[in-house]
Design a binder for this molecule. Structure first.
Ligand SMILES: [Zn+2]
Length: 562
């Protein structure tokens, strides 16, 4: 049993099926039709634009027993063997992994051998990766190729190829696909494969694919595998909006949400960088942005909101984070630190930060609103997203406690402050439950990190025992387990505000004692009554094949081993 990726399944088999490379197709078909094919071609262009696919179609038509109008028949034995990769007439070498003199020499040794077909086609992928010795060996054979041999050199980087090699080839350049062509193609593939998705999924695949047919199809496949639910894909605009609003909580909540959907921090950072680049281009060179036209307007207005300086600074900072991630035990922390810096002017005194700040002030003056940067909005623990209207509530809380000590910020609270710096609010007040709740509501809660604040906002303090132990009750055991990881941190903040050390323990919740819970499961499981369990009828049990075809819509069983 095997599933075939969309990219392989919808790989063009004829020149006419190649998308967006009309100039290449015209040149090659014409050469084949008139029997004037070259002996060495250089195909250059970005990855995923169809270079090796085109090389294989060329190999196919050159050996086809019944070519039609410069196209292979795709039915004769020769065509089929090329498609299966078993043809003796076609030799492929990936120079990225086989770049020694020996590799090229053993390939070239075959050049002079007799061949069953009319043409022997050598496809050298990533040819710029060949070492100096291998390049010299290749040049030698290109200088005097045997008459029945055609070389196709493919590269993403033609500048790195020796001039002596380049000058012996016919150079054909492959382009990234225009977004409308690619959108049309993705829609066609989805329909043909029976994948039921709406246009927002196509847009998302298009943006992730960056103009490469292969990458766009892979993205489409991945999105389709998650049921085509776009809520599962990362909302990159959310990050940019957080930068615009200097809303740290919102940015961190967006990370938490993406990670909870299964995206790893490194890939998330790469996606975000690519998105910022698109935003930047939407201002500077809109024709280069790989999105549909109506989406382009949205991008441009978001880009204007952040400003060119802000965009550049964000790209620089996240680019740096990607480098730092290579050495970091936890890449998520590197991403979060960058986001904190990008959403808080006061954590950076570099020119970029100052420029971004200036630009934002200028814009505020222009808009007639001089909105001061606001504190972060709280996060809903259920969804990991910022709470709507939470910012207004939060501002009110801050105003109400202006006399209280400055709440620790997300960035500062990661650095434990020395106890000698603590200025207690009311040093001599006796501590009891009422006092704990009062201090908690008035100053401590607002100063916690967004995630911690969100977690603890869902519960309440229910008791105070001697000596100095506050009892906190979470809404359920699973939530309690998540809170337990932050008890010490919250106790420190509470103790600082109370002016004396306190310990926080989790109070028992109705079902199970949360204090003994050690797992940090994110989901809350319904209690199950074992007496109510019944067997599922055998016909209702999904087979592994059912599960896989459900996960990969449009997949078909091609071989069954039972
Ligand atoms: Zn054929």
């Amino acid at each position: 049993m095997a599933t075939q990726s969309l990219y392989r399944r919808y790989r063009p088999r004829r020149f006419a099926e190649l998308k967006g490379q009309e100039h290449v197709v015209r040149a090659l078909r014409e050469a084949v039709r008139t029997g004037r094919e070259g002996q060495a071609y250089l195909f250059s262009g970005p990855r995923g634009t169809g270079k090796t696919t085109t090389a294989r179609i060329l190999a196919k038509v050159l050996n086809c027993t019944a070519p039609v109008d410069g196209e292979p028949c795709c039915e004769c034995d020769s065509c089929l063997s090329v498609e299966r990769g078993t043809s003796y007439d076609v030799h492929e070498l990936d120079a990225a992994s086989n770049n020694s003199v020996e590799d090229v020499r053993s390939l070239i040794d075959k050049v002079s051998l007799a061949t069953p077909g009319r043409h022997k086609v050598y496809i050298l992928d990533e040819v710029h990766m060949l070492g100096p010795g291998a390049s010299a060996a290749l040049l030698k054979v290109l200088e005097e190729p045997p008459p029945h041999v055609v070389f196709v050199l493919a590269t993403t980087d033609p500048q790195r190829l020796k001039d002596t090699i380049r000058s012996r080839t016919q150079h054909l350049q492959f382009h990234l696909l225009p977004s409308d062509t690619l959108a049309e193609h993705l829609r066609w593939v989805a329909d043909d494969a029976g994948i039921d998705i709406d246009s927002s999924v196509i847009d998302a695949a298009l943006e992730q694919g960056g103009g490469s047919a292969r990458d766009s199809l892979s993205a489409l496949e991945l999105l389709a595998a998650t049921g085509g639910d776009v809520s599962d894909h990362i909302d990159l605009d959310e990050f940019v909006s957080a930068f615009v609003d200097t809303d740290t909580g919102r940015a961190l909540a967006a990370v938490a949400h993406a990670v909870s959907m299964g995206h790893d921090p490194r890939t998330l950072t790469e996606h975000l960088l690519r998105h910022l680049r698109n935003l930047f281009l939407s201002l500077m060179a809109p024709e280069l942005v790989q999105v549909r036209h109506d989406r382009l307007d949205e991008l441009a207005s978001l880009a204007r909101a952040l400003g060119a300086a802000g965009l550049v600074r964000s790209m620089e900072r996240l680019g740096q984070a990607l480098v730092e991630m290579r050495f970091a035990p936890d890449p998520r922390i590197m991403l979060e630190i960058s986001l904190v810096q990008l959403t808080r002017d006061d954590t950076g005194d570099d020119t970029g930060a100052l420029l971004a700040r200036l630009e934002r002030l200028e814009r505020a003056v222009r808009d007639g609103s001089q909105r001061a940067p606001e504190p972060a909005a709280p996060v809903d623990p259920g969804t990991g997203k910022a709470v709507l209207g939470g910012r207004a509530r939060r501002s009110a809380e801050v105003k109400a406690t202006e006399s209280a000590p400055t709440p620790a910020t997300a960035a500062e609270s990661t650095v434990p402050s020395s106890p000698t710096e603590v200025v207690p609010e009311t040093p001599s007040a006796p501590v009891d439950l009422r006092r704990v709740i009062e201090v908690w509501e008035s100053s401590v809660r607002a100063g916690l990190k967004p995630l911690v604040r969100a977690l603890f906002s869902a519960g309440e303090f229910v008791g105070f025992d001697s000596p100095a132990t506050a009892r906190f009750r979470a809404p359920n055991p699973a939530h309690g387990a998540r809170c337990s990881a932050h008890l010490a941190e919250v106790a420190t903040a509470l103790g600082r505000a109370l002016g004396s050390e306190v310990t926080i323990v989790l109070d028992d919740t109705p079902e199970t004692p949360a204090t003994t819970a050690t797992n940090t499961a994110d989901s809350v499981e319904e209690p199950i009554d074992p007496t109510e369990l019944v067997d599922v009828p055998p016909s209702d049990v999904p087979t592994p094949v059912d599960s896989i075809t459900k996960a990969f819509p449009g997949a078909q069983v091609v071989e069954r081993n039972d």
